[in-house]
Design a protein around this ligand. Sequence first.
Ligand code: E4P
Length: 227
Amino acid sequence: MKYFLDSAKIDEIKYAYNTFGIDGVTTNPRHVMLSGKPFLTVLGELAEWAESENIVGWEKFPISAEIDPHIERADEMIAAAKKISALSPNFVIKIPCTEDGIAAARALEKEGIRTNLTLVFSAAQAIIAAKNNSLFVSPFIGWKEDNGEDCAQYIADITEIYRNYGWLGKTQIICAAVRTPKQIVDCAVAGADIVTAGLAVFQNSFRHPYTRQGMDIFREAWDNTAV
Ligand code: E4P
């Protein structure tokens, strides 16, 4: 399962890439706002960094960038997506999973512009994303679980459906808004392709109190042993 960093902060992205090898990045308007920088500046920094790391192209390192969420009409979505796509071959265009969004993604994919159908909250939405060949589909986990739903079955259903119809891997499942190590494991058990989460979520998932406890035990033993 691939790990994408859900962030628009270039320092965090560089850190995560260098320390634990993230496979891609997802951004959204909220992440860009939290970076404190203008949208186009963030995109420019990400494109430049991908070049400096020799990971140019969405096949090597996909970076999802979202169109202006005020746009409702498919033709306007397509125009906005084309502008972002022209900035770097790493950019995959995030489009909301509305009827117009599906039409826009379908048209963009036909032209070779890769898309990420986002704000997906049901298996039925995930089906239509795959039927229209989006590169990625982003079912949101955290937002649903914050509202009391258990998403393990939800992700398992999507992967099973994709397996049934040969869509696994063709439209890659990004479990989005992942907030906890348990959610990461649920997504992996279900066979999702990717999880995207913030830096702190990944860092929490690497920590275990027994690991620290084990280090204390071994340190004590080391200190009582001749080297
Ligand atoms: C996914 O691609 C989204 O950017 C993301 O997971 C949304 O989560 P957030 O609640 O952290 O913004």
